[in-house]
Structure formats: structure tokens, C-alpha cells
Ligand binder design. Structure first.
Ligand code: ADP
Length: 263
């Protein structure tokens, strides 16, 4: 039995197809989120990949949408929150996870999980760009360094710059001022990562931070941010395999469970 999870975020869309709720058949992301043609383009791409495997779109028996744009995906049979779906996806991938940190394009969430993967509590920052992917995206543009390169620069830093503004708008001016004073880009980037870490650490501490701590969301692909958070919380972080798709994976597993319930 094939089921599909679709996660439509603010900056990217992700689709996962699973067989019998436990085998990942396809996992795909596109850097285009809600309000764009990204989700439908991605769906077409997934259908083409399924066809290559001899699976027809009509073989998908249930689809659950999650993410910020979940109500805009009309092919979905049901919508679920990102909190529930990330928890489900992470518990499947890393059963020892007790704390999840998800940093996406416009928010950051800390989720406490029980041994069985139940959400015990969660905290979210969706009010302020600092501590989210948006903050890092703005800085990558100002510094003219791509997101892929940020972690390499972070590794080179000997003397990270302290960024004192907690507001992304003021922090951007601070970075421009540091650049004009001749600060090295690697030191500014490490400073941007440290500033993100101190912001999300507050969320983690409120969630009764327990090991294993697992990170997901697009920002988990930037190991410079992971380095900074590990230093800040003095704990090791496990990066989820393919961290951007864990919400879509959770949605696909929920879709399977829904089918089992109905049959
Ligand atoms: P959403 O679900 O809100 O669309 P994602 O979980 O996809 O967000 O995360 C988007 C963020 O991930 C971007 O704001 C960006 O900072 C970061 N990101 C995306 N791709 C990369 C990459 N290749 N390397 C590092 N960071 C990335």
C-alpha cells in the first residue's frame, strides 16, 4: 500500500511516498514553497519518478498535507500540523529522539517526545526572523555567500564576530557595518550562526532539553549552525537523515495509519 506526505513550507515543498508505512520509495524537495507553482511541479516530478518504478498516481491511496501551506494542496485527503508530522517522521528515523529542533524558513520549533514518540510539549518562535532560516538567508545575501558555502566559512573562523542585535533587521545593519570595518566573512558567518544558536537555545531549554537531541528542517543542512547550537547547549546533536523531508515523511506514515484504521 502506497501513501504520500506533502509538506508545503514557506520556502520549500517536500514530498515523500512510503510503502506500507515503513519503506521510503521517494523523497524529494524543491526550493519553492506555498504561493508558488513549486508544490504542483514537485507533484508532477514525483508522479514521473513513480511511473519509472511501475507505480501509477492512482496507486497512492491516501495523502496527508502538512506545513504552512497545507490547506492550499487540494489533492490532500487530510491536513495535519507540522509538529505532529515532524514528531512522527523523527521517531521513525531516530527512535531514541527525545528532543526535536526543527528550524525552517520562517519559524523554529523545539518539541519534547516520549519514548513512544508522543508529543509531550512544544515551543515555537514564529514571531521573529532571528533564530530562523530567514535570518540566515538575509545574511547569506548580504555577504554574497551561498547557503551551501556557509558551513565551510564557519569552519575557517578563528575569531567569531559578536552580533548583539536580537532583531534580524538591526543585525543586518550590524553585519554591513562589520563588513565595512574589514571583519573577515568567515568570522561574521560564525557570528551569525552563534547568534542563531543563542536564540534557539531559549526554545530548547523551555522544552526540558533531553537526549537524544535531533535536528531537522532545512537549516539542519548548515553544519555551521549545528556546530554553534552544540556549543551553546553543550550537547551532541544528531542531524536527521535528509533533514528537510522529515515532516513529509511523518505525514506519509500518518496517511498509512489512516488507511489501516479505515480498512
Ligand atoms: P520551510 O519548511 O519553512 O519551507 P525548510 O525546512 O525547507 O523551511 O528550511 C528552509 C531554510 O533552510 C532556508 O531558509 C535556508 O536557510 C535553509 N537551507 C535550505 N537549503 C539549504 C542548504 N542547501 N544549505 C544550508 N541551508 C539551507
Amino acid at each position: 500500500m502506497y501513501t504520500m506526505g506533502v509538506d508545503i513550507g514557506s520556502s520549500s515543498s517536500k514530498i515523500v511516498v512510503v510503502r506500507d508505512g515503513k519503506e521510503i520509495i521517494i523523497e524529494k524537495a524543491i526550493q519553492a514553497g506555498t504561493g508558488s507553482t513549486g508544490p504542483q511541479n514537485l507533484l508532477e516530478e514525483v508522479y514521473a519518478l513513480l511511473k519509472e518504478k511501475g507505480i501509477e498516481p492512482s496507486d497512492i491511496c491516501y495523502t496527508i498535507a502538512t506545513g504552512y501551506g497545507r490547506f492550499n494542496f487540494e489533492q490532500a485527503d487530510k491536513q495535519l500540523t507540522e509538529i505532529a508530522c515532524h514528531a512522527k517522521g523523527i521517531h521513525f528515523l531516530v527512535p531514541t529522539a527525545r528532543t526535536i529542533l526543527d528550524i525552517g524558513g520562517q519559524d523554529a520549533k523545539a518539541i519534547s517526545l516520549s519514548e513512544t514518540g508522543k508529543v509531550l510539549k512544544f515551543f515555537m518562535n514564529d514571531k521573529c526572523a532571528a533564530g530562523t532560516g530567514r535570518f540566515i538567508d538575509v545574511m547569506s545575501r548580504v555577504l554574497e555567500i551561498s547557503l551551501n558555502e556557509m558551513e565551510e566559512y564557519d569552519k575557517l573562523s578563528q575569531n567569531p564576530v559578536a552580533i548583539s542585535s536580537t532583531c534580524a533587521v538591526f543585525a543586518e545593519s550590524e553585519v554591513i557595518s562589520q563588513l565595512s570595518k574589514g571583519a573577515k566573512k568567515e568570522d561574521i558567518i560564525a557570528g551569525v550562526h552563534n547568534s542563531t544558536a543563542s536564540k534557539v537555545a531559549g526554545l530548547l531549554y523551555r522544552s526540558t532539553l533531553k537526549d537524544d537531541v535531533v535536528m531537522c528542517g532545512g537549516v539542519a543542512q548548515n553544519h555551521g549552525v549545528v556546530r554553534a547550537i552544540e556549543q551553546e547547549i553543550k550537547r551532541k546533536i544528531i542531524i536527521a537523515p535528509n533533514p528537510q523531508i522529515t515532516g513529509a515523511l511523518g505525514a506519509a506514515i500518518f496517511a498509512y495509519e489512516e488507511m489501516v484504521k479505515e480498512s
